[in-house]
Design a protein around this ligand. Sequence first.
Ligand SMILES: *[C@@H]1O[C@H](CO)[C@@H](O)[C@H](O)[C@H]1NC(C)=O
Ligand SMILES: *[C@@H]1O[C@H](CO)[C@@H](O)[C@H](O)[C@H]1NC(C)=O
Length: 412
Amino acid sequence: MAKARPHSGRSGHRRRNLLLAAALLSAALLLPAAMASAAVAAAAEGDGENRSRGAATQWATGKDEGELAAEREAAGGGSVVEDDFAGGFGSLDSMLQWAIGNSDPGRLKEEAADVQKLSEDELLKRRHEIKDLMEKLKMPSDADLMKIAIADLNNASISLEDRQRALQELLILVEPIDNANDLDKIGGLVPVIQDLNNANEEIRITSAWILGTASQNNALVQSQILGYGALARLVKMGYSTSAKEAAKAMYAISALIRNNVNGQEAFALENGNTMLQHILGSNSVDLRLQKKAVFLITDLADFQLNSGNSGLTFLSERVLLKSVTDMLSKFDLDLQEKVLLAIRSLLKLPSTDATDLESCGLDSVLYRLGVQLEELPSEEQKEYAGEVDALRREVEMLFQQKLKPGTATAAL
Ligand SMILES: *[C@@H]1O[C@H](CO)[C@@H](O)[C@H](O)[C@H]1NC(C)=O
Ligand SMILES: *[C@@H]1O[C@H](CO)[C@@H](O)[C@H](O)[C@H]1NC(C)=O
């Protein structure tokens, strides 16, 4: 994959600043230990630590922002789980480490020899020079970087490539919760939500991704995004024939309505259940997307169980139960496990009628699954199949208990 991308003047400028800072730090390294720590202290006075975090990540690794984000999503499996912020300069120390690794050893040696010849006065002068330079450099804060990206998004004449780059920068910048909280204040949510309607699929996908990342475990940002009515558009995106786009919409929806009663009500109002059934019922749909849909159903049912809130009546509707039950017939152990977890949670809902599940054929589907789990697994899948079978038995027992209270133990 081609790494070299043309950069707009501004992002090039930002990058140069950081490289300059790194060069400066490598120079500081050459000073005797006391001097080096003085340089570090000088930098810390200018709250270099606060500023370098987060924003510096993309430049530090030399990776494409999109790649980094993709890696992080792969690590989190795309589920609604807060990822640890891996990478980046955790401290000036790590920035120094990076500077060491990126310096030209020949030049370092040369300069080290020079440094040793300096008198105490000269060293002091050098220290002041470094401090002055650090101040002049003024590393941009995350808020500054977000403002630049947002200005780009609001610029109608920007190229598609620059728009995508601005979105990818935002995607990384909104990961720390403080930055996500600032996004609306500095006018970032509106242009990102507008880009959900962009004619370009990649732009739509990155926009949905930003909204999902910013709203994860963040009630404030959830309610801001819901307030702008973005959920309706995301539900429509869930029908996309592009599995990639639909999956990113599912990711954003899950983050947006997780543990959020208002969001879940809005989801029901937008007929989100029909979208879920579409994903589950369609044979042409990607398996990963179906797993995300099943996962969301489980999550919603669990929230209902734990909160005692019974707002989502569609969870107990026969048509949804049927779609979920039918998923058990797909030969994918991971999917089957997720479906069993969903059925277990749905069964526990007081509003779910076990006879509806009976009429969906749950009994025979569970039986067939049991036979399959016993016969089909290869050696390496045996243990996993055993776990799924234990879950299958648990669901069977819950089902029988709910169907005929009092006779459940006999059924096992
Ligand atoms: C760094 O950020 C924290 C939290 O945002 C703040 O409390 C602290 O004062 C900042 N440090 C400096 C040196 O500005
Ligand atoms: C908008 O983008 C165009 C093309 O990149 C640029 O020439 C122009 O200066 C930008 N306008 C503003 C207000 O930043």
